[in-house]
Design a protein around this ligand. Structure first.
Ligand code: COA
Length: 162
């Protein structure tokens, strides 16, 4: 069975991420979307909230599981017996950054290849940070995120009394 792991912060998941999951899930027998606690980022949503949002928006895909983890990605990929680590590429700048992570992961766990999947052109400018900033400053992100995420952002904003 060919298993792929798609790791990310998903704070929150965007239409760009969902596009990558939709496309990649067709290429593997099983895909695990791994919502990570990135120590270098301050998250708006809790790990559980982020995991739930990804679950809600991938439930139409039978071969996709969503989990969260903290720790080394290479160890997680080994534990899942995955043959591929999926990363979405939007621009050449993404590749610069991703190449070093891919090389490090290859050294830590040589049995998995990093597979880069090109983002759809209509999503190349989206990032979770842009989505959060626009939403928290009263802009519309309805075109950028699934409906449930749009609602969650509005609730978070209300709770923060911005
Ligand atoms: N659509 C929309 N946004 C996209 C995207 C797409 N197709 N592809 C990338 N992005 C954005 C994300 O929204 C995110 O935006 P943000 O920075 O505003 O939050 C950014 O690009 C990249 O973040 P993400 O994909 O969530 O990855 P990350 O940089 O937070 O984490 C990991 C990268 C998961 C690979 C890395 O942190 C990791 O492996 N962590 C585990 C610990 C570990 O093993 N470390 C050693 C690694 S060698």
């Amino acid at each position: 069975m060919k298993v792929a792991v798609y790791p990310g912060s998903f704070d929150p998941v965007t239409n760009g991420h969902i596009d990558i999951i939709n496309k990649t899930s067709k290429l593997f027998d099983k895909m695990v979307v791994a919502v990570i606690h990135n120590v270098s980022k301050k998250a708006l949503f809790t790990l559980a909230e982020r995991e739930e949002m990804v679950k809600e928006n991938t439930k139409h895909l039978d071969n996709v599981n969503v989990e969260s983890f903290s720790g080394l990605l290479a160890d997680y990929v080994r534990q899942k017996q995955a043959c591929a680590i999926i990363r979405g590429l939007r621009t050449a700048a993404d590749f610069e950054y991703e190449m070093y992570i891919a090389m490090a992961n290859k050294t830590l766990y040589p049995s998995a290849e990093t597979v880069f999947v090109l983002a759809d052109s209509k999503y190349i400018y989206i990032s979770s940070s842009i989505v959060k900033e626009v939403a928290l400053l009263n802009g519309s992100v309805a075109e950028l995120v699934p409906e449930s995420v749009n609602k969650a952002l509005a609730l978070k904003k209300a709770a923060m009394k911005i």
